[in-house]
Write a protein that binds this ligand. Structure first.
Ligand code: SF4
Length: 464
């Protein structure tokens, strides 16, 4: 049985994260944060489903200011769940949001460093130290506002939005991702501010799990024990999104890591909560199953015998039980057996294939890396995903990124073969790997143009 990692406690409004507190489940609104009524209604749906924190995107001070109205309306209706502002690109927005929200998420990749452009930058050690001073100069006033208002902070690093500065010095490595976080944490510690939660997310489950483990080790070495928020970004939707999240988050939960989780799905945000709750509920059983499955390994194959009340729980349980074993490549094959009446030999094989794909071992279908959407989303995400899926589901092994905006788009595209990214209202940019090949095309044409791009590349490659 795993023992939960001992973390410090972060106070967020009327709840606490970390320590012996329950693992908190959370989600993020997809509404326009300036739309108070719509945002309040969606937050209520998330909270009614069991969400313990609700995050909103705050692109600028207008959205940050409106968090005051959203918070007041929710409280007037008896909803006291902590609200979180999500800030990218503008440090000043964090200063404003800290006055109205119980928690502010900042992204070290774009808090002071400009958004990623994939340029290689050269720094002397002195110049690099100067860059860190610039971060400190912005961060300390923010920390002081948080202290004054009792606002907690999440340092949320995303593999998809690491800065050019970090990438140039450390490369695209777990060490670079962890350092991006540690640079900020050291400043928080110097300022004696402890209401901090950390997250490191990636759409690639192997990167996510490996990096979070390295973060825990690095924090321990520096005697830091901040609570951890876990999530697989751009996990997609439906069964594949659930399996990918269960595999990545479950790998860490079954080794005692994780104090709050978000299952990011490209669906209505309240749909994320039952899945997250289920993962938390399954920790003891899956920790045991993980040990049994490890003991079963023979000829590079894990044998997993399972039962569950329903098919969705069965899928989550299977992915969670074997996630770490596959990510660590203790085996690369999976044989699932069951006498449950809702399973068939074909469904068990298909589930094993989906789990192996989520662990990036064997690709048997098209891989979609789609963001969950938020107030920054620039087009109808769910409809677009459905259209793209319908037209590309036969392209086995191809990785297609579908991102609502550029925050994580181009970064996660580095892992995808093609990317469909919201560039402006009604405008889409198309990527081939990390190169933007068609900019600002009208949304109505974009899916068709993406298909043309894929098919023309494939016919060129097949004639070469
Ligand atoms: S990539 Fe998607 S979820 Fe992330 S900020 Fe952009 S629209 Fe929101």
């Amino acid at each position: 049985m795993s023992i939960r990692r001992t973390s410090s406690v972060c106070h967020v409004g009327n709840i606490a994260i970390g320590g012996d507190n329950p693992i908190r489940v959370q989600s993020m609104a997809t509404t326009d944060t300036n739309d108070t009524e719509g945002s309040v209604a969606q937050a209520k749906r998330i909270i009614d489903a069991g969400g313990e924190l609700v995050r909103f995107t705050t692109q600028g001070t207008r959205e940050a200011e409106n968090m005051k109205n959203i918070s007041a309306s929710l409280k007037a209706d008896g909803y006291h769940t902590p609200l979180v502002a999500d800030v990218h690109f503008t440090a000043h927005t964090a200063d404003v949001a800290a006055q109205y929200c119980e928690k502010v998420r900042i992204n070290p990749g774009n808090y002071v460093d400009p958004g990623r452009t994939f340029k290689h930058l050269e720094y002397t050690d002195e110049e690099y130290a100067e860059e860190l001073k610039k971060i400190e100069a912005k961060l300390v006033p923010f920390i002081n506002i948080c202290k004054e208002h009792h606002t907690a902070v999440r340092i949320g690093v995303n593999h998809g939005s690491l800065s050019d500065r970090i990438m140039s010095r450390y490369g695209d490595t777990p060490e670079g991702i962890v350092e991006s976080c540690m640079e900020f944490l050291r400043i928080f510690r110097r300022e004696n501010f402890n209401d901090v939660v950390i997250s490191i997310k990636a759409s690639n489950t192997v990167v996510m799990v490996t990096t979070v483990r390295l973060l825990v080790k690095t924090m321990d070495q520096e005697d830091m024990h901040y609570p951890l928020h876990l999530g697989v970004t751009e996990a997609g939707e439906g069964e594949d999104g659930r399996i990918k999240s269960a595999l990545g988050i479950g790998a860490l939960l079954t080794e005692g890591i994780g104090d709050t989780i978000r299952v990011s799905l490209s669906e209505e945000p309240e749909c994320e909560i039952p899945v997250a709750k289920k993962l938390v509920e399954l920790i003891p059983e899956c920790t045991q199953l993980r040990a049994e499955a490890e003991a079963s390994i023979k000829d590079d194959t894990i044998t997993l015998n399972l039962d569950a009340a329903d098919w969705e729980t069965f899928q989550l349980k299977a992915a969670m039980a074997v996630g770490a074993l596959l990510i660590d490549r203790k085996a690369t094959k999976l044989d699932i057996t069951s006498s449950a009446s809702f399973t068939t030999p074909a469904s068990l094989i298909s589930l094993a294939d989906a789990i192996l794909q989520a662990a990036r071992i064997k690709f048997t279908k098209t891989e979609y890396i789609s963001c969950p959407g938020c107030g920054r989303t620039l087009y109808n995400l769910q409809e677009t995903i459905a259209k793209i899926k319908a037209a590309t589901s036969d392209l086995v092994g191809l990785k297609i990124g579908i991102m609502g905006c550029i925050v994580n788009g181009p970064g996660e595209m580095a892992d995808a073969d093609y990317g469909y990214v919201g560039a402006g209202r009604g405008k889409i940019s198309l990527y081939r790997a990390k190169e933007c090949v068609l900019k600002n095309i009208p949304e109505e044409e974009a899916v068709e143009r993406l298909l043309e791009l894929i098919h023309s590349d494939r016919s060129t490659n097949s004639t070469n």
